[in-house]
Design a protein around this ligand. Sequence first.
Ligand code: SAH
Ligand code: SF4
Ligand code: F3S
Length: 451
Amino acid sequence: MSEQEHGSSKKVFVKTFGCQMNVYDSDKITALLSKDGYTATQDLEDADLIVVNTCSVREKPEQKLRSFIGEMAPHRSRGAKVGIAGCMAQHAGADLFKQYRGQVDLVFGPDHVPNVREIVGQVEKGQRVLANSFLDNTQYAFVREVVTDGKAGAFVTIQKGCDNKCTFCIVPATRGVELSRPNAEILEEVRAVVATGVREITLIGQNVNSYGLKVPGELTFAQLLYKVAEVPGVERIRYTTSHPRDMGDDVIQAYRDLPQLTSHLHLPVQSGSDRMLRRMKRFYNRERYLEVVRQLRDARPDISLSTDIIVGFPGETDADFEDTMSLLEAVRFEGSFSFKYSPRPGTPALRLKDALVSKRDMSERLTRYQKRQQEIQIESNHACEGQTLDVLVEGPSKWDPEVLCGRSSTFKMINFAGPKELVGTIVPVKVLRGFTNSLRGELALGVDTSS
Ligand code: SAH
Ligand code: SF4
Ligand code: F3S
């Protein structure tokens, strides 16, 4: 394919479901296609190419895809091409052409994002394209183009795939085996996004703590954190997702050494019951998790923790669920993504057929968990009232352009009045009120707002 950029203005609309990996991939799709004259649009009416980047981690996202593809029919009739990318594309592949007969032009899995220009080129010539093979790790090249959209934060991928086998999880089947990205490439991307004004780097992967361990001579994850912190202009570092089993002393030490490392960690626990953790094959127990939490709080007393919870995993009794509730009390998470267990095709948990949890019990457990989690969040947000927090200003708030929105190091969202010139900077904000999911504040004295 010619590298030459041409002037025609084609438009691509990308809809993203799923996790941070999909958000990142969607940006890369846009960045790569821009070399062939595509600009991103938020307006479906405008789009020559519509790509939906899918997730298959639970059943619900699949229903979302069904309705999305249905809504695309009139756009396809007027000549737009419609594509399915992401984890469902990887997993369901050719079946999607059958399922959505005459409604879809291209299906490509995450491994084929780097080839999206070739794939779209073929589609433009009228071909229907399926690309869902797993590439050999030696053939895979991470995309190096970066997106320059003026945001204060950027994701930088450090690994792809996952070598764990958590019994509920479809991700290893959709994202393939783990591959760590060479640290030189990661640091190059960090420097490139910082040059566009980015202040906060979020290193992403399915199990970032295992970064580099299988590559002789590669940095460990902790060493990578220190290297990223050395890049001039990096003011904040976050990372996701961590596996509690692989949370080593060296990473915990980094919370003592690196002021850039933010005071927030998303550390998915899934359940507070040792019996469930064994059945999930998570390879840590409740005590080990609590020990990691203690060590993190020793190293960084103000660290806030969030987590993922699955309720109603096969065999979960009332007593197991109470263990999850008591873990919530013991840790006092600042936030949880909590889900009802959703059986996924091809996952080992499908074989666990004893003592399945009824839909009603699952709903009751989820409601109880979420209610208590919310109460804890409100208590914690009230406790911030009167404090002054350093806030990285991300942009105008969604509901009021006069109001700015940003995040504290502890990942609390805070809204306050201020000039838009502050976007992309870190400013002190005094917290006036704490709500369930956000704080309201005012710029702390000493900040010049006269511009
Ligand atoms: N790699 C990350 C998580 C990836 S999936 C990790 O190891 O934590 C994101 C979250 O979705 C998981 O943490 C889990 O809580 C949830 N999840 C995954 N599979 C699920 C399933 N079959 N049913 C319900 N929730 C699921
Ligand atoms: Fe899924 Fe477990 Fe891998 Fe996370 S670590 S992506 S939950 S298999
Ligand atoms: Fe979903 Fe794939 Fe991410 S299944 S959670 S988009 S890795």
